[in-house]
Design a protein around this ligand. Structure first.
Ligand code: ADP
Length: 462
C-alpha cells in the first residue's frame, strides 16, 4: 500500500462531525457543566515546525499574488518582489522551521552536589514593529524566530505597507496556526506602535525603523515593564573601493549597494569611498551607470527602479539633494524628479563629497550616491568609522591583506567583501553603535525570543 502517490495525495474524507457531546446510556448529552473542550487533528496539532513548513509551501504556491501585493503597496519592481523577496521569505520560514525542534538547554557541571540544567523557554508575548521598505522580509525576520521559539506575536506593520502581512497571515492560519498566536495590527506609530512598546503585558519588543523612533521605543520599554528590546535602526554604510579594484566590477557593485530598492535600505552603501588611483575612472563609469538605470512603472519588465514610498520620503530626498548642492558637492547626474507624476527620482550621483557634508552624514534613504576620494587604508578606516552608525560596510579588493585589515577594523555589524546585500536566513544582521541592539536572523535571533531558566536539584534528597 505505501506508494508515493498515496503519500503525496492524502484522502480527503467528506465527513461532517455530528457527535461532539457525551454518550451516556445510549444518548448524546451535554456535560453537566455545559463546558466543551477541543480536540486536535494530530496531523496539524502542536507541531510548530510542521506549521511553519506548510506555511512556507503555501506562500510559495501564492508567490505571484503576494509579490504583486508587495509591489502595489511599496512600489518596488515586481521582478524583485517575485524572484528575490518572496523566495527569501519562504527560505527564512523553512530555516526557522528547522530550529523549532532543536531548541534545548544544557546540563551544567556546577560546583556542589547538584544536578543543574537550563531550560530555554519562550518569552511570552512578542510585540514587533516593522517598517515599509521590505514589508515581507521584515515580517519574516521577526515572526519566523518568534513562532519557532514558541511565542505569541502582535505585529504592527508600517502604515504605508499593511497588505502583504495580512495576506500571508491568513495563509499562516490555513497552515494550521491556532487562532491568537499571530496577531497583525495595521496602525500608526505614535498610537499602535507606542502602545505595543509600552504595554505591560508585552514581554518583548522587536523594532526596525529609524534611529529616532528606536530611541522612543527603548524609552517606552524602559518606563513600562523593562521588556527585552531589539532594535534594527539606521545606517550610513561605507562602500570602500580599493586601489587594486577592477573598476567595472566595483562600479556595478557600488551601484547596486546604493540604488537597490530605490535606495531605501538601512544598510545602503551610501558613502562610496574610492581610492584616488582609480577615482576618476570610477566616477565617470558610476555616472554612466546611473544614467543608464531604468526607472519607471515597477510592474513593467526590465525596470530597475520604481517610485519612492510616499511624498514625505520623496520631499526629504529632494531636500537632501539640495543640501548636497548647497554644501558644495558636485552633482554629476540626476538631482530631480523623474517624470511628472508619482514619487520617482532620477538616479543621482554626487562627486567631491566631503565627510562633514549633510549628504555624507545623514541617512538619505533614496537613490543618491555620494562619492568620496581617499588616499590610504588607515585614512579610509578612520573616516569610515567616524559615523554614529555602524550597520554594514562593503569592501572591494582582490588583496587578502587589505580585506582582512578592513574586516577587522570596521566597526559595523556586517562586512560584505566583494559582494553586497547578501541576506540569507542563516546570516546574522544588526548594528554596532546607533544602528541598533541585538542581531536578527540565523541562530542569533533565537536568543531574542527565549528566556533561560536554571533548574537546580540536589543529587540526593536531604
Ligand atoms: P520611517 O521614517 O522609515 O517610516 P519609522 O521609524 O518612523 O521609520 O517607522 C518604522 C515603524 O515604526 C513603523 O511601523 C512606524 O509606524 C513605527 N513608529 C513610528 N513612530 C513610532 C512610535 N512613536 N512608537 C512606536 N512605533 C513607531
Amino acid at each position: 500500500y505505501s506508494t508515493a502517490a498515496a503519500i503525496e495525495e492524502p484522502i480527503k474524507p467528506s465527513l461532517t462531525i455530528d457527535h461532539t457531546q457525551l454518550l451516556i446510556n445510549g444518548k448524546f448529552v451535554d456535560a453537566a457543566s455545559g463546558k466543551t473542550f477541543s480536540t486536535l487533528d494530530p496531523r496539524t496539532g502542536e507541531e510548530r515546525s510542521r506549521i511553519l513548513l506548510r506555511f512556507a509551501d503555501l506562500v510559495e504556491k501564492h508567490n505571484n499574488e503576494i509579490a504583486a501585493l508587495e509591489t502595489w503597496d511599496n512600489g518596488k519592481p515586481y521582478e524583485q518582489s517575485a524572484t528575490i523577496e518572496v523566495p527569501m521569505f519562504v527560505r527564512l520560514f523553512r530555516y526557522y522551521a528547522g530550529w523549532a525542534d532543536k531548541i534545548h538547554g544544557l546540563t551544567v557541571p556546577a560546583d556542589g552536589p547538584y544536578h543543574v540544567q537550563t531550560l530555554r523557554e519562550p518569552i511570552g508575548v512578542a510585540g514587533q514593529i516593522i517598517p515599509w521598505n521590505f514589508p515581507l522580509l521584515m515580517f519574516a525576520w521577526k515572526v519566523g524566530p518568534a513562532l519557532a521559539c514558541g511565542n505569541t506575536v502582535v505585529l504592527k506593520t508600517a502604515e504605508q505597507t499593511p497588505l502583504s502581512a495580512l495576506y500571508v497571515s491568513k495563509l499562516m492560519h490555513e497552515a494550521g496556526l491556532p487562532p491568537g498566536v499571530l496577531n497583525v495590527v495595521s496602525g500608526f506609530g505614535p498610537t499602535a506602535g507606542a502602545s505595543l512598546a509600552s504595554h505591560m503585558d508585552v514581554d518583548k519588543i522587536a523594532f526596525t525603523g529609524s534611529t529616532a523612533t528606536g530611541k522612543i521605543v527603548l524609552q517606552l520599554a524602559a518606563t513600562s515593564n523593562l521588556k527585552k528590546t531589539t532594535l534594527e535602526l539606521g545606517g550610513k554604510s561605507p562602500f570602500i573601493v580599493c586601489e587594486d579594484a577592477d573598476v567595472d566590477q566595483a562600479v556595478e557593485l557600488a551601484h547596486f549597494a546604493l540604488f537597490f530598492n530605490q535606495g531605501q535600505c538601512c544598510c545602503a552603501g551610501s558613502r562610496t569611498y574610492v581610492h584616488e588611483r582609480v577615482y576618476d575612472e570610477f566616477l565617470e563609469k558610476a555616472k554612466a551607470r546611473a544614467i543608464q538605470r531604468s526607472v519607471g512603472d515597477p510592474f513593467k519588465g526590465g525596470i530597475e527602479q520604481g517610485p519612492q514610498i510616499d511624498s514625505e520620503q520623496f520631499e526629504k530626498i529632494l531636500r537632501c539633494i539640495r543640501a548636497g548642492i548647497d554644501g558644495g558637492a558636485t552633482l554629476e547626474t540626476g538631482g530631480e524628479r523623474f517624470g511628472t507624476k508619482g514619487y520617482y527620482i532620477k538616479p543621482t550621483v554626487f562627486s567631491n563629497v566631503q565627510d562633514d557634508m549633510l549628504i555624507a552624514k545623514e541617512e538619505i534613504f533614496g537613490p543618491v550616491q555620494s562619492i568620496l576620494k581617499y588616499k590610504d587604508l588607515g585614512e579610509v578606516i578612520r573616516r569610515a568609522n567616524a559615523s554614529r552608525y555602524g550597520l554594514a560596510a562593503g569592501v572591494f579588493t582582490q588583496n587578502i591583506d587589505t580585506a582582512n585589515t578592513l574586516t577587522r577594523a570596521l566597526r559595523v555589524g556586517t562586512v560584505w567583501v566583494n559582494c553586497f546585500d547578501i541576506f540569507d536566513a542563516a546570516i546574522p544582521f544588526g548594528g554596532y553603535k546607533m544602528s541598533g541592539q541585538g542581531r536578527e536572523k540565523g541562530v542569533y535571533s533565537l536568543d531574542n525570543y527565549l528566556q533561560v531558566k536554571a533548574v537546580v536539584t540536589p543529587l540526593k534528597n536531604p
